[in-house]
Structures are given as structure tokens and as C-alpha cells.
Ligand binder design. Structure first.
Ligand code: SAH
Ligand code: SF4
Ligand code: F3S
Length: 480
């Protein structure tokens, strides 16, 4: 074990106060891997365990790309790995507890293989209390780096390998935009495309603006070039990523070009399907709504996090809209695209949420007719304003509200499935179903999971499937 008087100051550690600050300038960088790193991974295997949102999945594809450039190959199993990275999520306490448990489990792996390198990155690495805990109690974690410097992974691996020193390097500035990063994409037919990074919304419960830094948009030319290249390679679907994609372009200084403009331009690239996540109800504008009407490749599904149906609670969450504004956006979306499928996120038991506030959420859910929702119990995050809000809702009551909410949500899922019964839908085939390797599975245009019988040659193509059975979580069909 490391001694208690370890010099915590010698490392680059995160600082939540710094992370809250917003400066004006964005740094644009072009990545290049120096020759000295090229053979480092030769004959070695890497493993990345990804937790959290699609932003982390996209980051893991970049890190996998970096590993492969260095000569590493993907490990077939954890015992076969020479380096394991945990790409972590900090959004709720439960997400963090999983990681602490996993680190405990990996300790024994390290005991059996002392040369194994263990690294922690992603959003948890941006939290000062996490890094201090790792320094003091997890001496076998070799590398810690944050969301702003993942492109420096090759340097960190090299120093951990050759200098035999722990590498702890986390920055709390707003981050740069780094282009030309290699990517080892998980699929050959659908791809994540980062269009912006960070978040400036500062919802009072949320840690993301601290872990991901300032809102900053990638240039439209870089995005269009990336998508044009994917089209050439035969990709069928892109999902545009950002914590608040509707803020895209608002940081451009001399260019009036926002999210709706980007959708129009992407629609012309020849990519078959365009999806995006996540939208913020405050920033969703007419141009975006019109894109649902006019852009034939923009898919008829929108994930629009509501969080609460009570104006009191929305205000305390600093969401910047009322339920009336939310309903108005939904109305316009449905005028633009009557068949659109809507899903959402809800937090229950936010501090001071009364029974009446909660009932308002339930009734708004029923009124909108969401076809799916991610539901959460409020989790206090150290460093955010809501961490200090007095909360007297008992654990039992919190769980009771979640149960009640999920009943309504599940009915919504089922209704969303039932509307496709006996209809023919277009499915982009991902591969064989996790549960049955004779059944193919993929997603419809409305983002419904569809299972049907077919052979491997269909993977990566879009096929017509006639729906024969509608279940709560998925549809069952036959090739049409
Ligand atoms: N940028 C996206 C998603 C952020 S995190 C958005 O604004 O919608 C995904 C979801 O996690 C959020 O929508 C919210 O519902 C939930 N969440 C975030 N912080 C939380 C917290 N402290 N406790 C419980 N749920 C939280
Ligand atoms: Fe968090 Fe709000 Fe930003 Fe979403 S919009 S990432 S909930 S602060
Ligand atoms: Fe989690 Fe970070 Fe995403 S906190 S939800 S991995 S932005």
C-alpha cells in the first residue's frame, strides 16, 4: 500500500471549481501520432470497458483507434489483456459504485499478471474526490486521465510502461477540439459522429458540465467530410452526438450556422439514416423541427428529455422551460412529422418534489404518449448545486414513485410497439440477436428493436420486415 503522506500535489488532478469556469476561446488541434509510438503495442492486447452514454462509446472507439495505431490488438478476454481501461460515467452514484466494485474485482487479475496495466478514464476521472480516493486506496491503478486529454493516451501508456510510475493527468479546463483522431468503430454500417462537446446548461443536478467542459462545436466541414467518407465506405446510419445537440453552432464567431442547417446539409450526403442525441427542449428551434418535415433521411424518432412535468421542479432543476413550452414543441414536431416516435428521460424525487409535482409528471407522460423513457431516482452529485438541497423524500417513497412511473412508461413502450402490428417496417440489420443466434435483430426507422429470421448476408443492410407480434420492448416480424 502507498503511505498515507503521499504527495497528492505532484499530480495533475481535477478541480471542480476550475471545471465550472467558462472561458471564451476554443483550441483547435490536429492529431498526429509520432513514429516513436508506432510499435509499442506490437504483440500486446488492449481491452476497454465502456460505461455511461454514447459520448463515452464514441470516445472508446477513438481510444481503440489509438491502440490499434500503436500496434495493439483487441483482447479476446480479460485474462488475455495487457492493458485494461475503464471508461467511466459519473452521472449517478450507482454508476460510480459499479466502477469501484469493478476495480476491486480487477485487483486479483493484476495479482495474477503483474505486468497488466490498469487505467481509469472518462467522467469519473474528472472528479477530484475520485482521483484522491484512487491515489490513496487503489495503488494498483496505473493510469488516470480525463475526458479532455484522451488523445494523449499513447504518452500515458509509454510512461506507465517504461517509467514504471503512476500516470495521473486530468485537466479541468474547457477542453479542445481535436481532429484527425483514429477510430476503430464498433460497426461497419452505423457510426457515432461527435458534432459538439461539453455542456453549458448547468442543470442543478448534473455533473456533466463539470466533467465534459464548455460547449464547443466541431466545424461543419470536418463533420461533412467525416460523413462523406462513411458514405463512401458503405455506412447506412449516423447518430450525431452532443450533450445538447441543439446548441450546435451557437459558439461559432463569424458563421450563422446551427443544428437545423447541419441536418439539411447532412441530408444531402447520401447517408441513408440520420439520428441524433441528445436534444434539449429549451434549444429545439423551428429549423430543427422543419428538418423533420423536409429531410427525408432524418429518422422519425426524437429523444427529448423532459425530466419533470412540474414547473416548480423544472425551475429548481434550472431546465429553462415550462411544461407549456415543452408541450408546444411537441405539438409543432407532430405537425411537422405526425408519425414521430417520442422518448424521454425522467428524474423522480428531485429535492422538494411533492406528491402533487410527481402526479403532474405522470399526467404529462400520459398526455404526450411517450413510447419509451429512461427513468431515474435523483442522485446527489458532489459539486453540483442540488447536492446541497434539503431532501426529505424517504427512500421508500423514492422507490414507490419510480415504480409508479415505470408502469406508465411500460404501457407507453407497449403502445409504441402496437402501432406497428401488421405493418411493414424498414430495419437496419445489426447482427444476430443476443438471446438467439438464429434470429437477426435491428432497428426500424422509428427506433424500434425488431427481431426476425434471416441469414448473415443481411447484416448491415436495410430490409423490409412485416410485424407479426408486438411485445413491450421489441417487435417480432418476418422478411417481407
Ligand atoms: N445531456 C443529456 C443527458 C445527460 S445525462 C440531456 O440533457 O438530456 C442523461 C440523463 O441522466 C439525464 O437526462 C437525466 O435524466 C439523468 N441524470 C443526470 N443527472 C442525474 C442525477 N444527478 N440524478 C439522477 N438522474 C440524473
Ligand atoms: Fe446535464 Fe442538463 Fe447538460 Fe443534459 S443539459 S448534460 S442534464 S446539464
Ligand atoms: Fe456519464 Fe459522462 Fe456520459 S457522466 S452520461 S459518461 S457525459
Amino acid at each position: 500500500m502507498m503511505s498515507k503522506d503521499i504527495d497528492l500535489e505532484k499530480y495533475f488532478k481535477p478541480d471542480l471549481k476550475q471545471a465550472r469556469m467558462r472561458r471564451k476561446d476554443v483550441n483547435y488541434l490536429t492529431f498526429e501520432l509520432e513514429d516513436e509510438f508506432l510499435g509499442i503495442g506490437h504483440g500486446k492486447n488492449y481491452r476497454i470497458q465502456t460505461y455511461g452514454c454514447q459520448g463515452n462509446e464514441a470516445d472508446s472507439e477513438i481510444m481503440a483507434g489509438l491502440f490499434e495505431k500503436m500496434g495493439y490488438q483487441e483482447a479476446q478476454s480479460e485474462t488475455d489483456a495487457d492493458i485494461i481501461l475503464l471508461n467511466t460515467c459519473a452521472v449517478r452514484e450507482s454508476a460510480e459504485n459499479r466502477i469501484w466494485g469493478e476495480l476491486g474485482r480487477l485487483k486479483s487479475l493484476k495479482r495474477n499478471n503483474p505486468n497488466l496495466l490498469l487505467g481509469l478514464c472518462g467522467c469519473m476521472a474528472q472528479e477530484e474526490n475520485v482521483v484522491n480516493r484512487i491515489l490513496k486506496k487503489y495503488p494498483y491503478v496505473d493510469i488516470v486521465f480525463g475526458t479532455h486529454n484522451l488523445h494523449q493516451l499513447p504518452y500515458y501508456i509509454k510512461s506507465a510502461m517504461f517509467d514504471q510510475e503512476r500516470v495521473i493527468e486530468v485537466y479541468s479546463y474547457e477542453g479542445s477540439i481535436v481532429e484527425n483522431l483514429p477510430k476503430a468503430r464498433a460497426f461497419k454500417h452505423k457510426a457515432w459522429i461527435n458534432i459538439m462537446f461539453g455542456c453549458d446548461e448547468f442543470c442543478t443536478y448534473c455533473i456533466v458540465p463539470y466533467t465534459r467542459g464548455k460547449e464547443r462545436s466541431r466545424s461543419k466541414d470536418e463533420i461533412l467530410a467525416e460523413v462523406n467518407d462513411l458514405v463512401k465506405q458503405g455506412y447506412q446510419e449516423i447518430t450525431l452526438l452532443g450533450q445538447n445537440v441543439n446548441a450546435y453552432g451557437k459558439d461559432f464567431k463569424d458563421l450563422d450556422y446551427t443544428f437545423g442547417d447541419l441536418l439539411v446539409d447532412l441530408d444531402k450526403t447520401g447517408i441513408e439514416r440520420i439520428r441524433f442525441t441528445t436534444s434539449h427542449p429549451r434549444d429545439i428551434d423551428q429549423k430543427t423541427i422543419t428538418a423533420f418535415e423536409n429531410c427525408k433521411h432524418v429518422m422519425p424518432h426524437l429523444h427529448l428529455p423532459l425530466q419533470s412535468g412540474s414547473n416548480n421542479v423544472l425551475k429548481k432543476m434550472n431546465r429553462g422551460y415550462t411544461k407549456e413550452i415543452y408541450l408546444d414543441a411537441i405539438k409543432k414536431l407532430r405537425q411537422a412529422r405526425p408519425d414521430i416516435s417520442l422518448t424521454t428521460d425522467i428524474i423522480v424525487a428531485f429535492p422538494t418534489e411533492s406528491e402533487a409535482d410527481f402526479k403532474e409528471t405522470i399526467s404529462l407522460l400520459e398526455e404526450v404518449g411517450f413510447e419509451g423513457a429512461y427513468t431515474f431516482i435523483f442522485s446527489p452529485r458532489y459539486g453540483t448545486p442540488a447536492y446541497n438541497y434539503p431532501n426529505d423524500i424517504s427512500k421508500n417513497e423514492q422507490k414507490g414513485r419510480l415504480r409508479q412511473l415505470n408502469k406508465v412508461v411500460n404501457q407507453g413502450y407497449l403502445n409504441g410497439s402496437l402501432r406497428f402490428l401488421n405493418k411493414t417496417v424498414k430495419v437496419l440489420v445489426d447482427g444476430f440477436s443476443k438471446k438467439d443466434d438464429t434470429i437477426l435483430s435491428g432497428y426500424s426507422e422509428h427506433n424500434k428493436l425488431v427481431n426476425f429470421q434471416g441469414d448473415a448476408s443481411l447484416i448491415g443492410t436495410i430490409v423490409d420486415v412485416k410485424i407479426k407480434e408486438a411485445m413491450t420492448w421489441f417487435l417480432i416480424g418476418e422478411l417481407a
